[in-house]
Write a protein that binds this ligand. Structure first.
Ligand SMILES: *Cc1c(COP(=O)(O)O)cnc(C)c1O
Length: 410
């Protein structure tokens, strides 16, 4: 559709040049049109591919019980909530979900949000502000980083997982209130935070610990209760200085997020979190799907052990190849397996070579990851069969063969 011309000196004329620059640096992002097929297969722009890029770690997004619950929820509540939770949007299903979430993660109280990004971006400013200090792991998710910035507290970024550095910063802090913020499972590397270590530091320095368990809920801990349960810090062992945040669009297979913790902490967030108060509440049909999802996650031990077996299979197969190619398979016991290639163009070349073999593994580039660490981010799920993993390994080997540096005898 044609439009009017811009004035030649308008700053908006810079946008096409900036886009061209992104393109030239291999940083232009594009979207593909995706539809689900069987198992871990999807169609991408009409072509069937084996995907290694979904956060639906247990395959619950298409679970019949969740679909049926959503359908019944739509019949009962309609498809939209029609209001913010403080006015008319807090449905009986949403209320029931909060109780179920708190009992699933074994923390006193939970508050259900419509989206994870907005939760992090607005929960942090509800907790701290000017005169306070935030301590943030260098690999934290973008939503946590935005929340820190929005809060106007001073931000101290500590090197990834470096608790000694964190301790020095906490000891030197003059902040009135101190908040330590971290992913529980780091979303681009797949490694896990030392939660007891973080909590011990928070106790020593009167800080609050906020943990984002987007990639741990449903996957880690007994019955998938998450990264806190995995280290026994729930129930009677839960700490009042810990705020747990989980998202519901990954292993839970639906959408949304929640925070959980002590009753006063959660009540404070209910009073003060802008993205809660000023956003339309999540539709009741999603809460119904999520109630079914919590039940399914609790009963999915066999899916979790299948997933662990696929992770072990992939890592065993990748070790010799990455050694031969000078790639780096980052340590990870989670479904996120990062194969660091190095430069953007090579990572993209590998992605393209896999894609020609109908396998979709995303190449992740800066600024999502630090410069020089472009990678293939392989996400596994309980939908993958051992044949799927084998197919990926063979395809990667074939792709490596067309790159310089690969010797077949290695
Ligand atoms: C995906 C993700 C979020 C955002 O959650 P959404 O519900 O997708 O908005 C927040 N934190 C981490 C670590 C994530 O991976």
């Amino acid at each position: 559709m044609a439009m009017k011309d811009l004035a030649p000196d308008s700053w908006l004329q810079e946008l096409p040049r900036q886009l061209q620059a992104l393109h030239d640096q291999h940083l232009l992002r594009t979207r593909r049109r995706v539809a689900p097929r069987q198992g871990a297969h999807i169609t991408v722009d009409g072509e069937t591919m084996l995907q290694f890029c979904s956060n639906d770690y247990l395959g619950l997004a298409r679970h019949p019980a969740l679909i049926e619950a959503a359908r019944q929820g739509a019949l009962e509540f309609g498809v939209g909530s029609g209001g913010s939770p403080m006015v008319s949007g807090h449905s009986t299903a949403n209320a029931e979900l909060e109780t179920a979430l708190s009992s699933y993660v074994q923390l006193p109280r939970a508050l259900y949000f419509y989206a994870g990004f907005a939760t992090n971006a607005s929960v942090i400013p509800a907790l701290v502000g000017e005169g306070d200090e935030i301590f943030s792991d260098a690999l934290n998710h973008a939503s946590l980083i935005d929340g820190c910035r929005l809060s106007r507290a001073s931000i101290r970024r500590y090197p990834h997982a470096d608790l000694a550095a964190l301790e020095r910063l906490l000891a030197a802090s003059a902040g009135r209130r101190k908040l330590v913020v971290s992913d529980a499972v780091y979303s681009m590397d797949g490694d896990v935070a030392d939660i007891p270590g973080l909590l011990a530091l928070c106790e020593r320095h009167d800080a609050l610990l906020m943990l984002d368990d987007a990639h741990g809920l449903g996957v880690r801990g007994p019955q998938g209760r998450g990264s806190l349960a995995a280290v026994g810090l729930t129930g009677a062992h839960a700490s009042p200085r810990l705020l747990y945040m989980g998202t519901l669009g990954k292993a839970a297979g639906v959408a949304g997020a929640f925070v959980a913790g002590s009753a006063p902490l959660v009540e404070w967030l209910l009073q003060r979190t802008r993205s809660y108060t000023f956003a339309t509440a999540a539709p009741g049909l999603l809460a119904r799907a999520l109630l079914a999802s919590l039940a399914a996650m609790e009963q999915s031990d066999s899916l979790r052990s299948h997933l662990q077996a696929r992770i072990a299979q992939l890592r065993a197969g990748l070790a010799p190849l990455s050694a031969a190619m000078g790639w780096r398979l980052l340590p990870s016991e989670t479904p996120i397996q990062a194969l660091v290639i190095g430069d953007n163009a090579t990572a993209l070349q590998l992605m393209a070579a896999l894609s020609r073999q109908a396998i979709w593994v995303p190449a992740i580039r800066p600024p999502t990851v630090p410069a020089g660490t472009a990678r293939l981010r392989i996400a596994l799920s309980a939908c993958h069969t051992s044949e799927d993993i084998e197919r990926l390994l063979q395809a990667l080997k074939a792709a490596a063969g067309v790159l310089p540096g690969w010797h077949e005898e290695a």
